[in-house]
Ligand binder design. Structure first.
Ligand SMILES: [Zn+2]
Length: 417
């Protein structure tokens, strides 16, 4: 399976200039190829093939006066840039045909010098990690790397990224064997809450990371400062960089915290079930701030990635599943309750419930039932991760459902790309 490993890198002033030039060339090549394809479409011609495009916008272009400077940079990142355009087109067509799930993908757009994030990809021929720990990039030089953790194997490619706060990162793709963890018989349901970050079906609670609120205050202050600076002034540019820096810091801190939580959950449980909250839908409403803070979609993604790597199971219960309406003790459906209702007594069996804990228990039961009902038996080894489990049928008594005999599902692995 392919995993990404990212490190901060520190190019010298000269290397930054060389990188900037290469960013520019890769962008021009991308835009030229995009223009050629658009042109072909307009004239009713078939799409030019990738190899032909490459000849046209790289090899032949270098020989012209107006594109001669393309020869001053490595050819590898230019070709990768064309591959990115191919991918962008493929994603668009797959999205149109319905082959690709999720948010609709639009047609590729022209890249601009002003884009906040610049990136370059080098493949095996274009880079090398030297024995002194420096990263050699073709036609750029030996760049200093902060190795925050070791690379587990020889990387197959590296992407150099310049973020809006002016930091450079090298993101390596490494092909690794999965590290199956010893099997456990614990399974857990997680209800992502708003007063706490999450409630677990075993009664555990993950508290909200308050430090993010503090960081957010710093971000607001920086943004206020930015809004006071005159447009086009040097001070405005400076203030904008500061905002980007605080942003990056908040994102780093949040990701670090999410990594810790998800590693712990994966280490302690064989299977983890979550509710498929429509984060994008929620994000638009008044809960936007909390949802944003909580980073729910990242939480889920990290769990899924780690489950694939360590041979654990992550099941997602459909969001229409009424986790807060059912009594987890007797299965009685009590109807919807406003968010303010934190505790309630079941109208049928009288058990007193904490709203979030009850929901977490229901999510656990629904996830387990769903794995049992999955096509082809309880868990077929070829089924990677049940991304979207179906809701338990109405009237099913949760208590009567047998617990799933846990075995490590052959999680196919999510390519982290
Ligand atoms: Zn009940």
């Amino acid at each position: 399976m392919h995993l990404r490993y990212a490190y901060r890198i520190y190019p010298t002033a000269g290397q930054r200039t060389a990188l900037a030039r290469t960013f520019g060339c890769a962008r021009v090549v991308y835009n030229d190829a995009l223009a050629a394809r658009k042109e072909a479409r307009k004239s009713g011609l078939p799409y030019p093939k990738s190899t032909e495009l490459q000849k046209q916008v790289v090899t032949a272009a270098k020989k012209t006066a107006e594109r001669a400077w393309l020869a001053s940079v490595g050819v590898d990142p230019l070709i990768q840039s064309l591959r990115d355009l191919d991918t962008a087109y493929r994603n668009f067509f797959d999205s149109v045909s319905g082959k690709r799930q999720g948010r609709p993908v639009g047609l590729p757009r022209f890249k601009s010098r002003k884009d906040a994030r610049q990136s370059l990809r080098f493949t095996r021929n274009g880079f090398r990690v030297r024995s002194n720990g420096k990263l050699n990039l073709a036609k750029i030089g030996d760049v200093r790397v902060k190795w925050s953790r070791a690379l587990p194997a020889e990387p197959s490619s590296v992407t150099v990224v310049l973020d809006p706060s002016g930091r450079y990162h090298a993101s390596f793709v490494v092909d690794v064997e999965s590290d199956a963890l010893p099997e456990l018989d614990t399974e857990i349901g997680i209800d992502l809450g708003l007063t706490t970050y999450a409630v677990l079906s075993d009664g555990g609670v993950i508290d909200n990371p308050r430090f993010l609120r503090k960081a957010e205050k710093r971000l607001k202050a920086a943004q206020r400062e930015l809004s006071r600076k005159a447009k086009g002034s040097k001070n405005r540019a400076k203030a904008r960089r500061k905002v980007a820096k605080v942003h990056a810091k908040v994102a780093d801190t949040r990701l670090d915290w999410l990594h810790k939580q998800t590693t712990k959950l994966i280490g302690e449980n064989q299977a983890i079930y979550l509710e498929d909250l429509n984060v994008r839908g929620l994000g638009r409403g008044r809960l936007a701030k909390s949802v944003h803070d909580a980073g729910w979609s990242t939480f889920r993604r990290l769990l899924e990635e780690k489950a694939a790597r360590y041979r654990r199971i992550v099941g997602v219960v459909h969001r229409a599943f009424p986790s807060s309406q059912l009594c987890s003790a007797c299965g009685h459906r009590d109807g919807p309750k406003p968010l303010a209702v934190r505790a309630w007594a079941c109208g049928s069996c009288g058990v007193l419930h904490d709203r979030d804990l009850n929901a977490a228990r229901n999510i656990l039961a629904a996830g387990q039932a769903d794995r049992l009902n999955a096509p082809g038996g309880p868990v077929s080894p070829s089924v990677a991760i049940p991304r979207q489990a179906r809701p338990v049928e109405r009237g099913t008594h949760l208590r009567d459902l047998p617990r799933t005999g846990v075995r490590a599902a052959g999680a196919g692995g999510i390519p982290v790309l």
